[in-house]
Design a protein around this ligand. Structure first.
Ligand SMILES: O=C[C@H](O)COP(=O)(O)O
Length: 233
């Protein structure tokens, strides 16, 4: 299982890259579940990671944009995609318009990772629709980080079905949503392709600074081997 770590600055991105993250995810954690960073900051972080000779995949979010704002979603996707990231993450709400949004995203010029917001459960018909569209990855995450974790809003059976459906469609499956060290056994049972973290790698809530010690400890726990070996792996 790979680790995606959400960061908001050059400093945090380099800490995450050196601390064992597999995917560097650019977002402003203080601005919502998929809070977007200014495009200038995204560009700056991508350039710093490349200068650092990091070849880790970089994703960035477009912000929490409602499904009915289709034009804004498209504009944000274009703006973020043009920053040189490997993936653009777009939140998908449980909304009938999600199907239309997914179709538009699949037709865009950028590699998109739809992120199903799972607080009100998953509509598996929407997930199946996304899986048929050939996105490189599909994630599930939560919006309200204070309401518990992904495991509080979805059953193990629902999560297993989600991971299975995404993989069957040929995409990689990611899980996130206030996941913490205590969820490691459940994550190992589900074995998604990657798990995403912010809350667990901060000293306070997810809007506080990334803590490298917490990240290293999490890497050890998730991968079951030495963090030291990860740094230059
Ligand atoms: O994409 C992953 C998220 O940033 C995870 O954040 P979280 O652990 O606070 O839910």
């Amino acid at each position: 299982m790979k680790l995606l770590v959400s960061v908001r600055s050059v400093e945090e991105a380099l800490l995450a890259a050196d601390g064992g993250a597999d995917f560097i995810d650019l977002k402003e954690p203080g601005a919502g579940a998929l809070g977007g960073l200014p495009v200038a900051t995204i560009r700056e972080i991508v350039a710093a990671l490349r200068r650092h000779r990091s070849d880790l995949a970089v994703s960035a979010t477009i912000g929490d944009v409602p499904m009915h704002e289709t034009r804004r979603i498209a504009a944000c996707v274009d703006a973020v995609g043009a920053c040189g990231v490997d993936y653009v993450k777009v939140g998908i709400e449980r909304d009938p318009l999600a199907l239309e949004v997914l179709d538009a995203l699949a037709a865009s010029d950028w590699p998109i990772v739809p992120v199903f917001i799972a607080d009100r459960g998953l509509d598996m018909a929407h997930v199946a629709h996304a899986c048929a569209l050939g996105f490189p990855g599909v994630m599930a995450d939560t919006f309200d980080k204070r309401a518990g974790s992904l495991f509080d809003v979805l059953s193990m059976e629902a999560l297993r079905d989600f991971v299975k459906a995404v993989r069957k469609g040929g995409s990689i499956a990611g899980l996130a949503g206030a996941l913490r060290a205590m969820h490691a056994p459940l994550l190992h049972t589900l074995d998604p392709d990657f798990a995403g973290f912010r809350t667990a790698v901060c000293v306070g809530d997810r809007s506080t600074a990334l803590d490298s010690q917490r990240l290293r400890a999490l890497c050890v726990l998730m991968r079951g081997h030495s963090a030291a070996a990860l740094v230059h792996a």
